[in-house]
Design a protein around this ligand. Structure first.
Ligand code: OSB
Ligand code: MG
Length: 368
């Protein structure tokens, strides 16, 4: 496949409700989309970076710059671009995994559309629908949180994940557990908001019988996660720390994580994500698919990934209406707590280019 042009779109996607985490509150996503034109057809990818480097060192403007000036030239210079060789093609650029993942998605989409193969089949999916959870932001009051959670339970979500931070943890978690009942699947995500000295405090979460606690400490602080795992009954699950298959294997072997959140954007793409899945399956470690408030473009691919055999826990793969009033593709609709895995070629969804134009934050940038 020969890449002819890469168009970068910036779309402002208002969220149906603000999403607050320990690192900030957002009411809209600034989405970078990559549209690739090749000699065999086109493909789309979505970048998961946020608008500021407040969550990850990567952010939208930085990703657009790296794509235009460092990754795109490598694609244009290659006579035959193949998704499975992008790791080598991009190896001269250190890090910038979210930028690489967005391009990888677009290359995969173009390649698979041209060969008539779905993401799900290509990645090795074994299910036609996937179990879905929902990630619930920090609220302004416990009553408001309980209302929101009840709405998701009524909608059929199979697992609730609560965002926590110091000052918003034991009590909201206890009250949600009381609301949804002892047997309902419940987990928490701290997005690095705690420090090692908080271990005795976090240990009190054991009383709420959680599926897991996600990334309480700094992404580079594997040691504190090992210490927590030794002190708490609740399984510890890393997210931000796990940027590659090597780091993931190391964290598993050192006892820092007994469950793994896989996000393609965080690890440089769907193929590295599959490699992490395989390494976890080999070691008997359950995995689940994380989310970054993706539009239907990223969601379609995440849902395909979540259909692989090792994804035994419900993912943050929620329905379109949990995020956006209008999605950039046909909406993903929850049915019995599940989303259907797209079956068409490539991502299997159609990008609503009219809406991409309508919601554009700036003119598209064509890179050739
Ligand atoms: O830690 O999983 C996270 C969103 C932005 C940044 C980090 C995270 C999240 C979510 C959203 O939890 C999950 C979703 O897409 O529904
Ligand atoms: Mg997380």
């Amino acid at each position: 496949m020969k890449v002819r042009s890469i168009t970068l779109h910036r779309v402002g996607m208002p969220l149906v409700r603000p999403f607050e985490t320990s690192f900030g509150r957002e009411s809209a996503r600034d989405v970078l989309l990559v549209h690739l034109e090749t000699d065999t057809g086109d493909g789309w990818g979505e970048c998961v970076a946020g608008s500021t480097p407040g969550y990850s060192s990567e952010y939208v403007d930085g990703c657009a710059h790296v794509i235009e000036h460092h990754l795109a030239p490598r694609l244009f210079a290659a006579d035959d671009v193949v998704a499975s060789e992008l790791g080598h093609l991009f190896s001269g650029v250190v890090g910038h995994r979210m930028a690489k993942a967005a391009l990888e998605a677009a290359v995969l989409d173009a390649e698979l559309r041209a060969s008539g193969v779905s993401f799900a089949r290509y990645l090795g999916a074994v299910r036609s629908e996937v179990d879905c959870g929902v990630s619930v932001g920090i609220s302004t009051s416990i009553d408001e949180l309980l209302d929101e959670v009840q709405g998701y339970v009524d909608a059929g979500y199979l697992r609730i994940k609560l965002k926590i931070k110091p000052g918003w943890d034991l009590e909201p978690v206890r009250r949600v557990r009381e609301l949804i009942g002892a047997d309902a699947a419940l987990q928490v995500d701290a997005n690095t908001a705690y420090v090692r000295g908080d271990i005795p405090h976090l240990k009190q979460l054991d009383a709420s019988n959680l599926l897991l606690i996600e990334q309480p400490f700094d992404e580079e602080d594997i040691a504190s996660h090992i210490a927590l795992a030794g002190a708490i009954e609740t399984p510890v699950c890393l997210d931000e720390s796990l940027v590659s298959v090597g780091v993931t294997i190391d964290a598993i072997e050192r006892g820092a994580t007994s469950v793994v959140n896989i996000k393609p954007g965080r690890v440089g793409g769907y193929l590295p994500a599959v490699a992490i899945h395989d390494a976890c399956v080999e070691r008997g470690v359950p995995v689940w698919c994380g989310g970054m408030l993706e539009t239907g473009i990223g969601r379609s691919m995440n849902v395909a990934l979540a259909a692989l055999p090792g994804f035994t826990l419900p993912g943050d793969t929620s329905a379109s209406d949990r995020y956006y009033r209008e999605d950039l593709t046909e909406p993903f609709v929850l049915s019995n707590g599940r989303l259907a895995v797209p079956t068409g070629p490539g991502s299997g969804v159609t990008v609503r280019t009219d809406l991409v134009r309508e919601l554009a934050l700036m003119p598209p940038r064509v890179v050739t």
